[in-house]
Write a protein that binds this ligand. Sequence first.
Ligand code: NAP
Length: 478
Amino acid sequence: MAPRVAIIGAGFGGLCMAIRLQREGITSYTVFEKGATVGGTWRDNSYPGAACDIPSHLYSYSFERYTSWTRRYPAQSEILGYLEHCADKYDVRRKIRFNTEVATATFTGTAWRVTTRDGAAEDFDVVVAAVGQLNRPHLPDIPGMSTFEGVAFHSARWNHDHDLTGRDVAVIGTGSSAAQFIPEVAKRARALKVFQRTPNWVIPKPDAEFGPLARKAFRYVPGLQRAYREWIYRYAENTLYPALARGWSTDLLRRRALAHLHDQVKDPELRAKLTPDYPPGCKRVVIDSRFYPALTRPNVEVVTEKITRIAPQGIETADGRLHEVGTIVYGTGFRSTEFLVPMKITGRGGADLHEQWRDGAEAYLGISVPNFPNLFLLYGPNTNLGHNSIIFMIECQVAHIMNCLPYLAARGPMEVRPETMAAWTRQLNRAMERMVWGAGCQSWYKTAGGRITNNWPGPTTLYRRLTARPPARAYRFG
Ligand code: NAP
C-alpha cells in the first residue's frame, strides 16, 4: 500500500513533492498550507519591486519548462503565476488544505499524528516539512518600537493600503529585499532615510525583457530552454561557487562589485559608506542594478549612525539626531535559523526536535534527523545556497525522499543512523572551514552562537550525487 504522506507547505518545496508523488501515481498525500494560496515566500513577499535575482529559466522546476517567462529575471508575480500553473497542470491543488496550519506532529511508534491549529488530527506514515528557511519575519528589538505613532510594517508583510506617495519614510536594513524595494519607495516618498548597519557587496543584475524573437525561440526551438538553463547553472557553479569557497574567482567578485559601486555612485563619501570591510560572499551578495542609483537620489539619505531608539515621531541615532518620519519599513530579514518553528515536532521516545536542535539545527543531507523516523525536510539545515538556484536543491531532496519511500514501505519506519549523522556533521564542518561565510561577518546563515546552520558548503553537483545514493546504508529500519 502506498504510504500516507503529509506535506507541510505549498511553496516551491511542498508543490515539488506533491507533483512528484502525483506523477508516480501516489495519491495518498495531503498538503497542509497555512495561507490561502500557493507560493510560500513568493506569496508573502509582495513588496514593490519584489523579484528574483536568479534567472527565470533556472529558478523553476527542471521538469516544467515554461514558455511564459517575459524577462531574464522573474518578477514576484511571474513566479507566483508559474507556481499556480504547476499546481493546476499537475492537478495537485485539490490535495491542498488551504488556511490550515500544522501545530504539532508526533511520532506514535508506527505513524505520525499531525494536528492542525483548528484542533483536527490525522495519522500519516511520512511527514515532509517544506516550510522553507525564510518564512518568519525578523523584527529587531529596538527600544521604543511600540511608541512609534506612524505606520510601521515588515517587508514580508507589506502594507499595500498605505500609500507612500509624498511621505517621509525610513527603511531599516539594506539586504536583498530592501535593495529591491528601496528604488520603488524612493520614487514615491518625499524623503527617504535608509538606515544601513552593514554595507553589502552588490553586483549588477543584467535583467532585460525577452523580445518577441527570443520568446518564440524558447517556445519553438527544441532543446533551447534546456541548453540555456544548463548554461546559467554551469556559469553559477563554475564562477560564483569558487568565490564562496575562497577559490580563483574571489578577487574577480570583489573587483566586479567595486566597479559596479564606482560606476553607479560618484560621491566618494557615499561610496565609502557603501564599501564593505569583509570579504564578498560572507553575507549574501546583493544582485541588483537599481539599488545604488536610488541611493544617489536627492530625496534619499543613507544613515549609518547606530539606531538607539524609536521615538513616537521617528528614529533616534547615536549622534543624538531624531530622524522624523511617518512610516518605518523593516527590511530586517527573517528568523532563518529557527527551522520548523513554531511547530512542535515530537519523535521517537518523546524526543523534541527543537530541544535536540538547541545548539543549532542539523540534518543528514539537510533532510533526515536522528530520532525522527519518516520525517523528511525540504530546504532544511545546510541546504541554502549563496550562488545558485535553491530549486535545484529542492529537486535533489525530493528525489532522495522518493527513493526512500519503497524502503520504508517494505521495512518499516526509517531513521538516519546516529553514526551516519555524526560522520555527516564532521564532513560538513570540515568543508565549512574553507567557506567565506565564517570570515568575520554576521549573517542570516548563522546562529547567534556563530554556527552556520543554513548553507551548503559544497558544489551543488556534489549535493546531487550524495542525495542520489541508495539510502539503505544510511538509515535503520523498524
Ligand atoms: P537580510 O539579508 O537578513 O537583511 C536584513 C537587513 O536588516 C540587514 O541589512 C541587517 O543589517 C538589517 N538589520 C537587521 N536587524 C537590524 C537592526 N536591529 N538594526 C539595524 N539594521 C538591522 O534580509 P532580506 O533582505 O530580507 O533578505 C534575506 C534573504 O532572502 C536574502 O539574503 C536572500 O537569500 C533572500 N532574498 C532573495 C531574493 C532574490 O532575489 N532571490 C530577494 C530578496 C530576498 P546587518 O547586515 O548589519 O545585519
